[in-house]
Design a protein. Structure first.
Length: 468
């Protein structure tokens, strides 16, 4: 069944300011709707790509009780995410995630969100970038030692797990001081929570979590583990402060504890910790895993990357001052984020009626903007499915909103500069010492599209690299 049976094209006007001759066409009902929801749950990435290809820059279908718009045009994305950001709140998927993770910076709204952002912002300042860079390189070096020990006894490494361990280590030495790298199973727990939220987003009947379905039981178990870990970390840090032990040197959790003055509840602090765990390591780990996947399939790009590292670093560890000289390394990271943006879908819900690309969006409607499909828009990207890092030598697309790996507008990722720096330095550290290659018999890599976009079961062979 094609999208044409259940998704309707909107009459796209020649000018974004002109009004359409009729209201948006209502979505189909009954069996067609059920088929559409099944397709969305089964292949989310395919859903947005086919919708963009078949129906243009804005399309509509109906979830039970409300319309949902897919916007695949930079001007429309910019309007929803930046120009009229006050007219929208977080939408489907994130609302459901908030039911589980709590009202942290990722899912909160209004005054609560503004207060949380003001609290976290001083920790994300440029003055801390050098220290963050040092911790990233140190964590990548520790990871290399672990992988090389493992490689002596096994053939392959699960790159997703390996990168998650690396980014947790960075997080544990920067924003959330603690032995995070030793935690097992956090990524799987976050996957269960995200899977529940996205399945609920496209469900005809939204069953409460307390009903003991298999999916609900898995989610409840994962949520218990995540909450217990966050609570233990908070309690550890509270005791440090009471005992007069050294604090987190101004890290994020230290800032949260100081600002709360003991007034914040455990639930509120837990929500912030879970948000930082999800946003601070899941997205970065996914980006790093995709880098190795793409380099393994593009040997010319890998050779050029390694040549730059050999020329700039000559075998020494990279530092903050080296980053401007690692131009091609940064291009590789930027192109990876174009093809596989860690946050592949941004959802909003209209607070009042609005007009997007000349079409009326009613109050309460969900609007989805997918960086994954925008980053492949043929009007703004030449050969959009090809891995071509050099396309960023000139700075990216002519229309800035055609590239938004960290979101756009006031709710764009607060730690985007930190995230980009972390990936560039981790790649520079690791790629000097080793290579990752796919085993000849490895199955085709699949993308798992939850709230984050990560490779599924990406196993690769680790080999030492001799510098030129």
């Amino acid at each position: 069944m094609t999208l044409g049976l259940w998704l309707r094209r909107l009459p796209f006007p020649l000018s974004p300011t002109s009004r359409p001759s009729r209201a948006a066409v209502p979505g189909p009902r009954g069996l067609h709707l059920l088929a559409g929801l099944r397709a969305m749950r089964r292949d989310r990435l395919g859903f947005v790509l086919r919708a963009a290809e078949e129906y243009g820059d804005i399309a509509l279908f109906r979830l039970p009780g409300r319309p949902l718009f897919l916007v695949n045009h930079p001007a429309g994305a910019q309007h929803v995410l930046r120009d009229n950001a006050r007219g929208y709140v977080k939408g489907a998927g994130l609302i459901d995630a908030g039911l589980l993770l709590g009202k942290g910076l990722l899912t909160s709204e209004g005054a609560q969100w503004a207060a949380q952002r003001r609290l976290v912002h001083p920790v994300m300042t440029p003055g801390r970038m050098r220290q963050f860079a040092e911790q990233t390189v140190a964590a990548a070096t520790r990871a290399l030692d672990r992988w090389q020990e493992q490689a002596a006894g096994v053939t392959t490494l699960d790159i997703g797990e390996a990168m998650a361990g690396l980014t947790l280590d960075v997080l544990g030495h920067t924003l959330l001081r603690g032995p995070l790298a030793t935690q097992q199973g956090l990524a799987e727990c976050f996957d269960e929570v995200q899977r529940w939220a996205l399945q609920r987003m496209a469900a005809l009947v939204r069953l409460p979590l307390r009903l003991p379905t298999p999916a609900n039981r898995r989610t409840t178990h994962a949520l218990q583990k995540l909450r217990a870990f966050a609570d233990a970390l908070i309690e550890f840090r509270r005791h440090e402060r009471l005992d007069g032990s050294p604090g987190g040197d101004g890290d994020t959790l230290d800032a949260l504890l100081l600002a709360s003055g003991g007034a914040a509840t455990g639930v509120e602090l837990r929500a912030e910790v879970l948000t930082l765990l999800l946003a601070g390591h899941e997205t970065t780990a996914a980006a790093l895993a995709w880098v190795w996947h793409l380099l393994a399939h593009n040997p010319a790009a890998r050779d050029r990357l390694e040549a730059e590292l050999d020329g700039v670093l000559a075998g020494r560890a990279p530092g903050f001052d080296d980053v401007p000289q690692l131009a091609y390394t940064k291009m590789v990271v930027q192109e990876t984020l174009r093809l596989y943006p860690p946050v592949w879908m941004l959802s909003r819900r209209a607070l009042a009626a609005d007009e997007v690309l000349g079409h009326r969006v009613p109050s309460g409607a969900d609007v989805l903007v997918s960086p994954y499909s925008l980053h492949r828009h043929p009007r703004y990207w030449e050969e959009p499915d090809e891995f071509r890092p050099e396309r960023f030598a000139a700075g990216g697309p002519p229309y800035p909103a055609a590239y938004m790996p960290f979101g756009l507008g006031p709710r764009a990722c607060l730690g985007s500069a930190f995230g980009l720096l972390e990936v560039v330095l981790a790649v520079a550290t690791v790629a000097q010492a080793c290579r990752f290659d796919r085993p000849p018999s490895a199955p085709q890599t699949q993308a798992l599209a939850l709230l984050t976009l990560k490779p599924l079961h990406l196993e690769m062979v680790l080999s030492r690299r001799c510098r030129r």
